[in-house]
Design a protein around this ligand. Structure first.
Ligand SMILES: NC(=O)c1ccc[n+]([C@@H]2O[C@H](COP(=O)([O-])OP(=O)(O)OC[C@H]3O[C@@H](n4cnc5c(N)ncnc54)[C@H](O)[C@@H]3O)[C@@H](O)[C@H]2O)c1
Length: 431
């Protein structure tokens, strides 16, 4: 099939490369020329396991091309995906200016029937708005489809290639048929393609993200109560997660959720529910708990040290989760800003997010090239993102490098008894 993907970010680039991998001809569009130059050299602008190889192979096979011209891409394609960003607007709502702007550009370029697919995460009712915009701009026939994306950064290629399910919000048989054909190779192992109305498809994406965010905030509150009563949240987590009705995923207490999706998607539901005069009570609490959680590690440090002024704190892990370089809404940002405001010096390291961190913090913190370098002269280490390379460090070496062996484990990855045996003062979450 001939496909255009507009917006070549974490979602658009993965979708484009994976569609090409299954034999489709894909044109990926972005307005960011620097990004396009990099892609045309066979390099990818983000860290995402397996993606660079996929992009290189499909470019070499000429199934994947990159352009800044929406019109050229639309004319060459039958299915046109919108995968641009929907950041949080000032009032909390999803900012749809990019999605609606692209819809207009697509409509103006149309030269025949097109399926226009919303892949960006968009509030309920957006497919209808896209339909109206396109209808105003063209006399060519078209369908609008809602096809929300569920990939996880860090395992995006795998998730896209082997999805749990594919959601297709489509309201006519022609579009349903084309979408079903397009996704058939991805669902051969039995994952269902669920066809529904556009509003339900749009809502499904928000409901899934909101429920995952709720699980995290819920466990963070359980961890708070565990601390008050001397229970160990890690034992509790295992006990609860083994219940098949609940499942073990997303029950890990920590420093709060971040990333480009959960925080903004929670805000977006709160807003679009409120627009219809419904106050979504649980999600209001999920958001408040998450904000508090991002302050927890620094409160623990203040309690330990009294004042943080003049202290040097090492930070391991800056990306919002392992296996990505993405720092959008990363808890590390809130933590480091709090440390700096309290007068501490920060020495930080991340396996992939150093360039992005440099852009965020400039010279306000010291970014070091190797994980152990962060520890030199440090009064404490804060483990913020649980990259694999931090899981089994050389504690004896760490103790030698640090001014004092104090460890604040924001992800509960270390063994309390072993930390004690290795001579560390150890703080974790809910234990
Ligand atoms: N990142 C994820 O893990 C994830 C997962 C599922 C869904 N989503 C949703 O997918 C959408 C995209 O997210 P992302 O993380 O890929 O964003 P992103 O910021 O990484 O990528 C968006 C891209 O769109 C480009 N763009 C913006 N306006 C454009 C225009 N008018 N013409 C051409 N290109 C334009 C930007 O330059 C950028 O490269 C969002 O709605 C997000 O909520 C993201």
């Amino acid at each position: 099939m001939k496909i255009a993907v507009i917006g070549t970010g974490y979602v658009g680039l993965v979708a484009g490369a994976c569609f090409a991998e299954n034999g489709n001809d894909v044109v990926c569009v972005d307005r960011d020329e620097a990004k396009l130059r990099l892609l045309r050299r066979g390099r990818i602008p983000i860290f995402e396991p397996g993606l660079e190889e996929l992009v290189r192979r499909n470019r070499a096979e000429k199934r994947l091309v990159f352009t800044s011209q929406v019109a050229t891409a639309v004319r060459a394609s039958t299915i046109v995906f919108i995968a641009v960003g929907t950041p949080q607007g000032e009032d909390g709502s999803a900012d749809l200016q990019h999605v609606l702007g692209v819809a207009r550009d697509i409509a103006r370029a149309m030269n025949g029937y097109k399926v226009i697919v919303d892949k960006s995460t968009v509030p309920v009712g957006t497919a209808e708005r896209v339909r109206e915009i396109v209808r105003r701009e063209t006399t060519h026939p078209f369908s609008v489809v809602s096809n929300p994306e569920f990939l996880k950064q860090g395992a995006a290629v795998e998730d896209f290639m082997k999805p749990d399910r594919v959601i297709v919000g489509a309201e006519d048989p022609r579009a349903t048929q084309l979408m079903t054909e397009l996704y058939a190779p991805f669902t051969r192992t039995g994952a269902p393609i669920m066809v529904m109305d556009c509003a339900s498809a749009e809502m499904s994406k928000y409901a899934a993200n909101a429920l995952l965010a709720t699980k995290i905030s819920f466990m963070n509150e359980i961890a708070r109560v565990c601390e008050l009563y001397g229970a160990d949240v890690e034992q509790v987590r295992r006990a609860v997660g083994s219940d098949r009705r609940i499942g073990s995923a997303f029950l890990f207490p920590g420093v709060g959720f971040g990333g480009s999706c959960f925080p903004k998607d929670v805000q977006a539901i709160l807003k679009f529910a409120a627009d219809k005069e419904y106050a979504f009570q649980i999600l209001g609490a999920v958001d408040r708990v998450n904000r508090d959680q991002k302050a927890l590690l620094v409160s623990k440090m203040e309690k330990h040290f009294g004042s943080l002024a003049g202290r040097t704190i090492a930070v391991w892990g800056l990306s919002f989760k392992p296996k990505t370089d993405d720092m959008r809404e990363a808890p590390s940002i809130a933590i480091i800003e709090k440390l700096l405001a309290a007068g501490a010096r920060v020495r930080a390291y991340d396996p992939e997010a150093m360039k992005i961190a440099k852009g965020i913090f400039g010279n306000r913190i010291t970014l070091v090239a190797r994980n152990y370098d962060a520890l030199i002269g440090a009064d404490a280490l804060a483990l913020v993102t649980e990259w694999n390379e931090f899981r089994e460090p050389d504690f004896a070496k760490m103790r030698k490098l640090m001014r004092s062996p104090v460890l604040f484990d924001g992800r509960n990855i270390y063994n309390r008894e072993q930390m004690k045996a290795d001579g560390f003062t150890y703080y974790a979450i809910g234990r």
